[in-house]
Design a protein around this ligand. Structure first.
Ligand code: BTN
Length: 246
């Protein structure tokens, strides 16, 4: 199929992906990435879908992915050395905010990896690793970006579509600025000081009071991707899941 007027070969050239699939309807682009990875697809393989019927988010949530209204993408990462999916997801979140920055859209990151604009969620990241015994086989990186509204009433209060802030936004224009950052993702096992500092500039939660899973004030990010929360007993680390703000 054509995706924003381009077929898979043209997308692969334009976005510099070694292999690209543009599909009309899938369960989830992550399912396709895992399938292709199992068949030996190369690092950087990109799957774009116009619609997902079983798009998934973190914590087994459903990801609303109607036809033509967003970027529902999956890309294959074969890190030469094991990298934690959580650390990688933070880097992917940074890649998304940098890309938005290039489009003059000011976005923030809500730990672990929600991309927020005007305090509403614009995009989400889900990284799924597959292991063979102790060995990491691959990571499927899933990114969902709401591009065209209107969003359904039940999510419109907490979510936002890009064309609300960037009229005329188009999926290809976003992919053009996002793909170079994704290609250059580091596979280092922990976040560098520079990455943590960059994250803190975009940090939506920094200074927020949270009540769950611990009560305290968010301090920032640790190099292993954990959220640091100052509680009555000192600084505690929150790993995985999410936090509830007061
Ligand atoms: C989250 O915020 O909970 C993560 C959402 C991730 C959604 C994207 S859409 C493309 C890819 N395929 C999926 O099924 N999920 C991810």
């Amino acid at each position: 199929m054509k995706y924003e007027g381009l077929d898979a070969a043209a997308l692969s050239t334009r976005l510099r992906a070694p292999r690209c699939l543009a599909l009309e309807k899938v369960t989830s682009t992550l399912d396709i990435v895992h399938e292709l990875a199992g068949e030996g697809a190369p690092n950087g393989t990109l799957v774009l879908a116009d619609e997902q019927v079983r798009g998934r988010g973190r914590q087994r949530r459903r990801w609303h992915s109607p036809k033509g209204s967003g970027i529902w993408m999956g890309t294959l990462r074969r890190p030469p050395t094991p990298v934690d999916g959580g650390v990688l997801a933070i880097r992917v979140g940074l890649a998304v905010v940098r890309a938005l920055d290039a489009l003059d859209v000011v976005a923030q990151l809500k730990w672990p990896n929600d991309v927020m604009v005007h305090d509403r969620k614009l995009a989400g990241v889900l990284c799924e690793a597959r292991w063979r015994g102790q060995e990491l086989s691959w990571i499927a990186i899933g990114i969902g970006i709401n591009v065209h509204g209107p969003l359904p009433e039940e999510i419109a209060r907490r979510a936002i579509a890009l064309d609300e802030i960037l009229p005329g936004a188009n999926r290809l224009a976003v992919l053009d600025v996002l793909m170079p950052w994704l290609r250059d993702l580091s596979d280092a096992p922990t976040l560098t000081e520079q990455e943590c500092a960059e994250y803190s500039r975009y940090d939506w939660l920094r200074g927020c009071h949270v009540t769950e899973p611990v009560a305290g004030v968010v301090q920032g990010l640790a190099p292993d991707g954990a959220l640091l929360v100052r509680t009555a007993d000192g600084v505690e680390r929150v790993v995985g899941g999410g936090v509830v703000t007061a």
